[in-house]
Design a protein around this ligand. Structure first.
Ligand code: CDP
Length: 221
């Protein structure tokens, strides 16, 4: 069974999905981390041409696991989790995510993974394209200012050169690319439940979503 949360950058999808996974004792799947992993791999491949990088993708061994509140990702056996939230990865990820072959690679991985177990996953196109039959679909939103502030607070210690303005600009550009790409753009599924988190506390939004899940499924905390 799968529950999905889609929404724009910094809307709180990952932290919400993790908390719900912990309280309901289910697995968490971070699709953005998989796109970031492919992007990180491309940035380190030494290939300036995306096409020649993509040809090698089928040979890449990607693996993930959710443990201790962290979604770990490894590529060809090396753990790259700590590199994935870096600003230079964020600057290139939406460009890589426009590539249909990259989307197919990530989607195949996710569809195989969720065959066993109960998952809550977050992303951009999960309710529309990847898991159209998901048990429950949420679409989370928040104002751009609030989303930039949250992301800035999250990365300011590990990325000290980055300003709030850089983060807001990056989020604006990613939203724009994600909403306007030809291949599976960011879009609310018709049957998704919209959760606007602007001005809501974390606990308020978690309780609201958990009670929706408990009403619609047999899961409970
Ligand atoms: O956490 P944040 O919302 O900033 O981003 P993320 O979930 O880590 O996703 C990073 C990028 O991957 C997004 O800006 C999208 O370009 C891409 N992505 C996507 O295209 N489809 C998904 N299902 C998830 C992420």
């Amino acid at each position: 069974m799968i529950i999905v949360i889609d929404g724009p950058a910094g809307s709180g999808k990952s932290s919400t999905a993790k908390e719900i996974a912990n309280r309901l004792n289910i697995q968490f799947l971070d699709s953005g981390a998989l796109y970031r992993a492919v992007t990180f791999h491309w940035l380190n491949s030494g290939k300036s041409d995306i096409r020649s990088f993509i040809e090698l993708l089928p040979d890449v061994k990607i693996a993930s696991k959710y443990k201790n509140n962290t979604f770990f990702v490894s590529l060809d056996g090396s753990d790259i989790t700590n590199q994935l939230r870096q600003h230079y990865v964020a600057e290139h990820v939406s460009e890589i995510a426009t590539q249909p072959d990259v989307r197919m690679f990530v989607n195949n991985y996710m569809r195989n993974l969720v065959v066993n177990g109960t998952y809550i996953a977050d992303g951009r196109d999960l309710g529309t394209a990847v898991f159209p039959d998901a048990e429950i679909k949420f679409f989370m939103t928040a104002s751009i200012e609030e989303r930039a502030r949250r992301r800035f607070n999250e990365i300011k210690e590990t990325d000290p050169g980055v300003t709030l303005k850089d983060v807001e600009e990056n989020i604006r550009q990613r939203d724009n690319k994600d909403q306007n790409r030809a291949s599976d753009p960011l879009k609310k599924a018709d049957d998704a439940i919209e959760i606007d988190t602007t001005g809501k506390t974390f606990e308020e939004q978690i309780s609201e979503m958990i009670s929706i899940i408990e009403n619609k499924t047999k899961l409970n905390h």
